[in-house]
Design a protein around this ligand. Sequence first.
Ligand code: FES
Length: 268
Amino acid sequence: MTTTEDSAVSSPPRAAVKARNLRTDNWRRAPILTVLGITAWVAYATFRVFYQGDYWVADYYYLTPFYSPCVSEGCVPESAHFGRILPDHPLIPYAALSLPFLLAFRLTCYYYRKAYYRSFWLSPPACAVPDGHAKYTGETRFPLVLQNFHRYFFYAAFLISVINTWDAVLAMHSPSGFGLGLGNLVLWANVVLLWCYTLGCHSCRHVMGGRLKHFSKHPVRYRFWTLSSALNARHMMWAWITLASLALTDFYIMAVAAGWISDLRFIG
Ligand code: FES
């Protein structure tokens, strides 16, 4: 018996049209920009994660999100809010407990899947443009069938967003007690944007409102589902904005920690 899923990935190929595609617009632009954007971000993030320095500003308790939670023995003790439980090694990132889950969360995200399937694998590179490969099996086989684990990575990402929020709370600090500086605004902006991305996740939307027969009997879940749906409608935008905000937040904290610039202080 042929299932709907089988027929979706093994249906007959396109009609015999000689032209490679009939699009006349600049359809290559989006996949090229995606490759450039993701490659640049991955290069920067890889450098920073293994750099193991300039991630903590002792005076103001600024901790870059790339090192949160800092759980290596190499972490400055004050920056390790959850203990230093991993050995200090050049190949073990200081945030080795959270980074694999964040990576998996983004890799399996519905938007990023579309982005890298199109731009890196040309499968297909754009709507109405033939697939770059002779065979198409969708996500029905290993390893792509593992994309289904996205719903579980969502819970990990939710927890890490809570930790990032806690980092932002702790960073309201100065040597004299309470403090507020430009770094705090940068950290809080990043946290808010991360929540917009995380709570707009398709899995979150399902957690909030999935499998309900009557929204009227679940007004609280309906409210959360409505909020998640509103964020979900701009999920691609949040995906890109948070890549930028993560890199900019990290860069700002690195610049202050390295002494390249001073934090602009409003209080403390
Ligand atoms: Fe993008 Fe879940 S679908 S984060």
